[in-house]
Ligand binder design. Structure first.
Ligand SMILES: Cc1cc2nc3c(=O)[nH]c(=O)nc-3n(C[C@H](O)[C@H](O)[C@H](O)COP(=O)(O)O)c2cc1C
Length: 157
């Protein structure tokens, strides 16, 4: 069974709600899921997963410092997590507030790790972006994202 880490930071609960929705959808696809706040991730566990789905609130157009810290710590596994499947998501305050650049910044870090990063045609191209609390649109986008993620994950060795 494939194993995925859903990692997130959240202060007021919006990104956390998205993370829970993603974890639920993954579980329904027969994928083993660990849902963790970035602060509680044991960095040595990273090689044990087939992929990561990483979420952060939008803070000034980029990820929260807590998520950046987790990513910085992942340098311990540089060249050791190549080929893992990665997707990103965010919660933001407003349309045009920089949500897409949050996802891009997360994906960019994992590209540098040599991971396989997913983009999408049927939802926010860089990953789901919720404006505040996740609504029906976001719920649909998360389902689409997880469908695509699971499809690709199951093709990979
Ligand atoms: C320090 C800080 C910076 C923020 N910067 C932005 C921003 O640049 N653009 C924006 O649209 N929202 C911004 N927000 C709003 C949050 O992205 C938004 O409220 C988000 O839904 C919070 O997610 P959470 O509930 O998971 O903590 C900011 C919030 C904080 C606390």
């Amino acid at each position: 069974m494939k194993k995925v880490l859903v990692a997130y930071y959240s202060r007021s609960g919006n990104t956390e709600k998205m993370a829970k929705m993603i974890a639920d959808e993954l579980s329904q696809k027969n994928i083993s899921v660990d849902l963790k706040r970035v602060e509680e991730i044991e960095i040595d566990s990273l090689p044990n997963y087939d992929g990561y789905i990483i979420g952060s609130p939008n803070y000034f157009g980029t990820m929260a410092a807590e998520v950046k810290k987790f990513i910085d710590e992942s340098v311990k596994y540089y060249r050791k997590i190549e080929g893992k499947l990665v997707a990103a998501f965010t919660s933001t305050g407003m349309i045009g507030g920089g949500g897409e650049t949050v996802c891009l910044d997360i994906l960019k870090a994992f590209l540098i790790h040599g991971c396989l990063c997913l983009g999408f045609t049927r939802l926010g191209h860089y990953g789901p972006v919720s404006i505040g609390k996740p609504d029906e649109r976001v719920s649909k986008e998360i389902k689409e994202m997880v469908n695509k993620y699971a499809e690709i994950l199951n093709i990979l060795r």
